[in-house]
Design a protein around this ligand. Structure first.
Ligand SMILES: [Fe+2]
Ligand SMILES: [Fe+2]
Length: 406
């Protein structure tokens, strides 16, 4: 097959990106497109507004929602350590073993997936002009033909760039015609005008309350922000889409609440973001990890991921801050003598924007004004649920409820 590859931050994806994909498919040069939302872009390392998983799943939902045919979204950059240079990504993606498995996983018939493939790197005419300054451009051209978009009225001297690349680097450059709007992700997020964002992405952005004051992470240190991005990539290996986005949402909301209630925003962001990191590990592994943090305190299936998460974060990420680890450990149950940070993660877990298991509006409103009353309302709702289901409340939760006067 002739495979187009389209990389970008997609922060957020907009109609200009979609036009690029559609025009490339129509150009006659390619049969399908692999879209790669970036993880560690060398041009803007940690400068994206959203950590990688949001951009990955926003793109997936957009491709599905728009019904884009012959388009596949790839998470290949999650398996690359350090900066995801194009030359490094292409070495992996174009290997027979990788591409065949990838296409088969995406529903391409085995015979087609296993035939010889030719690769094209889809890019704008503006980036073609800077291509020779990229990391190992000659190596990139060993893997792909450059497929550059030119729009009507484009004043870039694309022929000059093409001749220069072909002469200096010995590669091949093809030009295709781009029909569609011109827009920029940063203009969209700066202006708050999302009219050029495709509907499925708008839905996604609303559901997770992205590109808001809370996701700007004002007051969070650069170091914590970087960790938040890195940990989100790490968790992609252990959590499915829904839970990963949930746990990241809890990070954002926890940082916001920490700002309101005088807790450490960095710690809240990290504890919130990691709180469910162990939840999809095999149960026996969870139990064993839980024991290493809290002995025999937690043994019930639904609870052990919390203290297992503290062990997981400690051992795999080297986190040794006991306030962070305890906030992870007690996020499900709370406990007597609960700290402000623990209350925040406990609460954020129950009310982050994508949660919709009950009418959360009153608790969300309370959370902005009075932490204790919001925690109390949450605990009451949980108690009611447990009583109606005939389930026993864990002694550490009972102790917290007693202290809250429930
Ligand atoms: Fe949890
Ligand atoms: Fe959770």
């Amino acid at each position: 097959m002739r495979i187009g590859i389209y990389g970008g931050s997609f922060d957020p994806v907009h109609n200009g990106h979609i036009a690029m994909i559609r025009s490339a498919l129509k150009s006659g040069f390619i049969d399908c497109v692999i879209i790669i939302p970036s993880v560690r872009n060398s041009f803007k390392l940690y400068a994206n507004k959203l950590p990688p998983p949001y951009r990955l799943y926003m793109m997936k939902e957009t491709v599905d929602g728009l019904g884009l045919k012959n388009c596949y979204v790839s998470d290949i950059e999650y398996d690359i350590e350090g900066v995801s240079y194009t030359a490094v990504v292409l070495a992996k993606l174009t290997s027979d073993e990788y591409i065949r498995a990838f296409l088969a996983e995406n529903g391409v018939k085995r015979k087609k997936a296993e035939e010889h493939h030719e690769f094209f790197w889809i890019m704008g005419s503006d980036t073609l002009g800077t291509f020779e300054t990229w990391y190992k451009p000659g190596e990139i051209l060993n893997y792909v033909t450059l497929l550059a978009a030119v729009r009507p009225g484009d004043d870039t001297d694309i022929d000059k760039a093409k001749v220069s690349i072909e002469k200096n680097l010995g590669g091949r450059v093809e030009i295709f015609r781009l029909n569609g709007v011109e827009c920029s992700s940063s203009e969209i997020t700066d202006s708050g005008d999302f009219s050029e964002v495709p509907e499925p992405a708008v839905e996604f952005i609303k559901r997770h309350a992205l590109y808001t004051e809370n996701t700007r992470l004002t007051g969070v240190s650069d170091e914590a922000r970087k960790q938040f991005f890195e940990y989100s990539v790490w968790m992609h290996h252990y959590l499915g889409a829904k839970r990963l986005l949930h746990t990241l949402n809890v990070g954002y909301l926890s940082a916001h609440l920490a700002g309101l209630y005088g807790a450490d925003k960095d710690k809240a962001l990290i504890a919130g973001a990691l709180h469910d990191c162990a939840k999809e590990l095999p149960l026996d592994q969870q139990l064993e990890m839980a024991k290493r943090y809290t002995g025999d305190l937690f043994t019930e299936k639904k609870i052990i991921h919390s203290s297992a998460g503290a062990t997981f974060a400690k051992e795999e990420l080297g986190i040794d801050d006991s306030e962070i680890l305890d906030a992870i450990c007690y996020h499900t149950t709370g406990r007597g003598g609960i700290s402000v940070l623990e209350k925040i993660v406990y609460l954020a877990d129950k009310i982050e924007p994508a949660r919709n298991y009950m009418d959360l509006a009153p608790i969300r409103e309370a959370a902005e004004k009075d932490l204790d009353s919001a925690v109390r309302m949450t605990a009451v709702a949980i108690k009611d649920k447990f009583v109606s289901q005939g389930r026993e409340i864990h002694p550490v939760t009972a102790k917290m409820m007693e202290e809250l006067g429930i």
